[in-house]
Design a protein around this ligand. Structure first.
Ligand code: HEC
Ligand code: HEC
Length: 390
């Protein structure tokens, strides 16, 4: 897929106050969620995708881009590439997209009881104009490889290893439960490169504290881009050049995702962080190596798939899902470069690549200090970088 290029933007005034009730906030025993800023509060010209948190709105944009293989500026005006405010301008493709959202909602309501039986991807499959005539070339070609991120229904295959055995093998591979339990916090320095850094290698600082606090601060040219989770709440902050909203509080699936990333930083507790483990997925190879796949659920019910290298036992990939206004998007993390944490006898991945529908970035740890005291404020709400002078 084509890249998004670097988004440059002029200041956009955002109303941080007055966020109203988030959806799904009232249910029984669920912990109270912070009120996120909603799409129509953050943006100027939202006609259909109203009442959803900003993060979900942006992931919905990613869903469109992934379903039609379009860049942001293909639907938005070319002028949007240099200024976030211009994303509000209407274009024929934006108008068509609004009609499509209404159409898809109507199809799902009439035929699938309102569930997402059909999404943009069902028809578009990565093209702007859905095909009408079946392809003989495709029909007679070798079947394409399985997409490892796909949500597959449990196939009736023989289960050779239980989820417990796969997880035990992983814990053994990284040095055993006792060694893993010795890692209780770390700070790390390294490099980051991604769409948002325009593929420039920039410094990153990572802070993690067991069982579930984590912060990453990427020192972008335009200012720091931070993601934090303090064990309860998660935030994302970034410079105006890189994000239309410089500080957001994450809710729902994004919050669950931040929690999961924080928990996975401490591999020794992997069995406890997810429940309802399932196994028995079809055989799969990633980079030509056989992997074993298991699925678990976070406390809020979100499914997460974990992929373990059959030979080394290491966790090589995780996939989680985030529901958007028009369907579910996958978010995957590929872990590699397992190395010893100095002095503890436990190995963790020193490299990971995060891919989602509107971006991709690679983190590479170059030095790590285990079991250090970290100020709790590190994991709390970050301060967005001050606006660049114009
Ligand atoms: C298939 C077309 C399409 C693609 C691709 C797309 N968008 Fe959009 N975008 C829309 C539509 C339609 C709206 C208006 C939604 C509404 O009215 O409810 C919108 C609205 C927005 C807005 C709000 C602007 C405002 O102030 O009202 C932003 C910001 C935005 N998009 C960013 C992006 C980014 C970033 C990408 C790339 C990851 C992207 N879009 C990709 C169709 C698209
Ligand atoms: C039931 C099938 C179907 C679904 C589902 C669907 N589309 Fe479409 N879409 C079409 C067809 C068919 C066309 C081509 C119409 C034409 O040729 O004029 C189209 C055209 C478009 C176009 C205009 C492309 C162009 O170059 O003019 C956009 C943008 C678009 N769809 C976006 C979406 C988005 C976003 C979604 C999900 C909210 C979606 N579509 C869901 C069938 C679908």
């Amino acid at each position: 897929m084509r890249g998004w290029g670097l988004y440059l933007a002029a200041p956009l005034t955002i109303c941080l106050l007055g966020a109203t009730l988030a959806r799904g906030q009232t249910g029984g025993a669920a912990p109270p969620q912070p009120s996120p800023m909603l799409s129509e509060q953050a943006f100027k010209n939202v006609q259909v995708l109203r009442g959803i948190p900003v993060k979900e709105f942006m992931e919905t944009m990613g869903f469109f881009a992934a379903s039609l293989s379009l860049n942001c500026s293909d639907c938005h005006s070319q002028a949007s590439a240099s200024n976030w405010a211009n994303y509000a301008d209407d274009t024929p493709l934006k108008q068509q997209t609004r009609r499509m959202i209404v159409m898809v909602n109507a199809i799902n309501k009439a035929n699938f009881g309102g569930a997402r039986g059909v999404t943009c991807f069902t028809c578009h499959r990565g093209s702007q104009r859905p095909k009408l005539i079946p392809s003989l070339a495709q029909q007679y070609a070798a079947p394409p490889d399985e997409d490892p991120d796909e949500i597959v229904p449990l196939a009736a295959v023989r289960v050779t290893m239980t989820a417990d055995q796969i997880l035990d093998r992983y814990i053994g591979a990284i040095g055993g439960a006792a060694a893993a339990a010795r890692l209780t916090s770390y700070t790390a320095k390294g490099t980051y490169e991604g769409f948002d850094s325009d593929f420039e290698l920039v410094p990153v600082d990572i802070y993690a504290k067991a069982p579930d606090m984590r912060a990453t601060v990427i020192h972008m040219r335009a200012g720091d881009s931070s993601n934090t989770y303090d064990g309860r709440e998660a935030w994302a902050a970034g410079p105006q050049d890189l994000t239309p909203v410089t500080l957001i509080s994450l809710v729902e699936d994004s919050l669950a995702g931040a929690r999961l990333d924080a928990q996975l930083a401490f591999p020794g507790r992997i069995k406890q962080i997810l429940t309802d483990w399932r196994t028995g997925f079809p055989a799969l190879r990633i980079d030509d190596r056989p992997v074993d796949v298991i699925e678990g659920r976070t406390p809020d019910g979100t499914g997460v798939k974990l992929y373990f290298d059959r030979e080394t036992g290491f966790l090589v990939r995780s996939v989680r899902y985030s529901r958007t206004a028009v369907g579910t998007v996958p978010i995957n993390v590929v872990y590699s470069n397992y190395r010893d944490v100095p002095g503890l006898g436990v190995k963790i991945p020193y490299t990971w690549q995060l891919t989602w529908t509107n971006g991709r970035g690679t983190y590479n740890v170059t030095s790590l200090q285990p079991n250090v005291a970290i100020d709790a404020a590190r994991f709390g709400r970050p301060t967005p970088p001050s606006p660049a002078r114009n």
